[in-house]
Design a protein around this ligand. Structure first.
Ligand SMILES: [Zn+2]
Length: 306
C-alpha cells in the first residue's frame, strides 16, 4: 500500500499481553516503517504478530524509536532488532542510553532510589533476575539523540523533543505535518496501576508537560492507559481535545503533589508510606507504595532532594 500525497501517515497501536496487563507498541506506517517502543522480551513475538495482522513484516521495520529507557519500553529492543535482520536503526536519548547498554544500570537505578524506602534484603537479587528476564539483550544504538533532531522515515519527518523528568532521557516523537505526538511516559496524569504519577525530576517533568502543551498535539499517544482523577484508564490514543485536557490535568496534579511535598516534607513513621505518610494522607493516596515501579517513592524522593 502506498500513500498518496497529503494523506496523513497511518499510526497503529499494537497491544501485547504481559502479566496482569499488557504493553503498547506503536507502528508509524511510513515508507520506512518505524516502531515506537518495544515492550519486554516476552512481548516481542506479540509485536511481530501484531505487525503481521496489520499486513506488515517485522523484517521490513527500519526504525525502532525508544521514548525512554524503562524496561517495559526497551526490553524487547534487541529481540525485535534481531528480527529485522539487525537492519533497523535504534534511536534513544543520550541520557537513557546506559539502560540499553547495561541491564545493570536498571538495578543501580533501583538501589540508588527506591531501595532507600523499601526494606527488602533480596531486592538486588530480584531486580537482577527481573532485568535478565525482561530485557532481551544489551546493545549500543545506532542513533543517540539529544532533542531537536528530525528523522527521515522515507519522506515522513519525525522530530525529537527532549522531555526529561520521568527519566532523564525521555523524549517525545512528533510526526511533522500531522502533529501526532508519542509521549511515552512523559505525561503521567494520575499514573498507571499504582495510582500515582512517577517521575524522577519534578521540575523537569513540569517543564516537559508545558513543552508538550506547546506542540498542541493533534493526537497524543500515551505509553500506558494512565488514570484520571477518578481512577479510570484513558485510552492510549487521545484526540486533540482529549490531549489538551489530559495535559492540563497532568499539570494540575503535579502542582498538587508539589504543594503537598514541599509543605509537609518527610518524617519517619510506622506507615508503609513512611517517610511520606503525611503527604499520602493529604493527597488521599492509599495505594501500596512498594509495588514496582514504586512511583510514590520515586516522585517524592525527587521533590525532597531538590
Ligand atoms: Zn517509564
Amino acid at each position: 500500500m502506498t500513500q498518496s500525497a497529503g494523506q496523513p501517515t497511518p499510526i497503529h497501536s499494537i497491544y501485547a499481553p504481559w502479566g496482569r496487563f499488557g504493553l503498547y507498541t506503536f507502528l508509524i506506517d511510513a515508507p520506512e516503517l518505524a516502531l515506537v517502543d518495544t515492550g519486554v522480551t516476552a512481548t516481542a513475538q506479540g509485536v511481530a504478530d501484531g505487525l503481521a495482522e496489520l499486513g506488515r513484516d517485522i523484517k521490513d521495520v527500519k526504525w525502532i524509536l525508544l521514548t525512554h529507557g524503562h524496561i517495559d519500553h526497551l526490553g524487547g529492543t534487541v529481540a525485535l532488532w534481531e528480527m529485522t535482520g539487525r537492519n533497523a536503526k535504534v534511536v534513544i536519548h543520550e541520557d537513557d542510553v546506559d539502560y540499553l547498554q547495561r541491564r545493570r544500570a536498571h538495578v543501580e537505578n533501583y538501589l540508588n532510589l527506591r531501595a532507600n524506602y523499601i526494606d527488602d534484603p533480596d531486592a538486588e537479587t530480584k531486580q537482577t533476575a527481573m532485568m535478565e528476564h525482561a530485557i532481551s539483550g544489551e546493545m549500543t544504538p545506532d542513533v543517540i539523540v539529544k532533542g531537536g533532531e528530525v528523522l527521515d522515515l522515507g519522506g515522513v519527518k519525525v522530530r525529537v523533543v527532549h522531555t526529561p523528568g520521568h527519566t532523564g532521557g525521555s523524549v517525545a516523537y512528533v510526526v511533522e505535518g500531522q502533529n501526532d505526538v508519542f509521549v511515552g511516559d512523559a505525561v503521567q496524569i494520575h499514573g498507571a496501576a499504582n495510582g500515582f504519577p512517577g517521575y524522577e525530576a519534578p521540575d523537569a517533568y513540569r517543564d516537559s508537560l508545558l513543552r508538550i502543551q506547546e506542540e498542541t498535539p493533534n493526537r497524543m499517544f500515551l505509553g500506558h492507559p494512565f488514570r484520571s482523577a477518578a481512577g479510570d484508564p484513558y485510552p492510549v490514543e487521545l484526540d486533540r481535545e482529549q490531549s489538551a485536557r489530559v495535559l492540563q490535568e497532568a499539570v494540575d496534579i503535579e502542582a498538587r503533589v508539589r504543594d503537598a511535598a514541599l509543605t509537609l516534607g518527610a518524617a519517619a513513621s510506622e506507615s508503609p508510606h513512611s517517610p511520606f505518610a503525611a503527604i499520602a494522607d493529604h493527597l488521599g493516596y492509599e495505594g501500596d507504595p512498594t509495588l514496582e515501579p514504586s512511583p510514590f517513592f520515586t516522585t517524592l524522593h525527587g521533590y525532597l532532594k531538590a
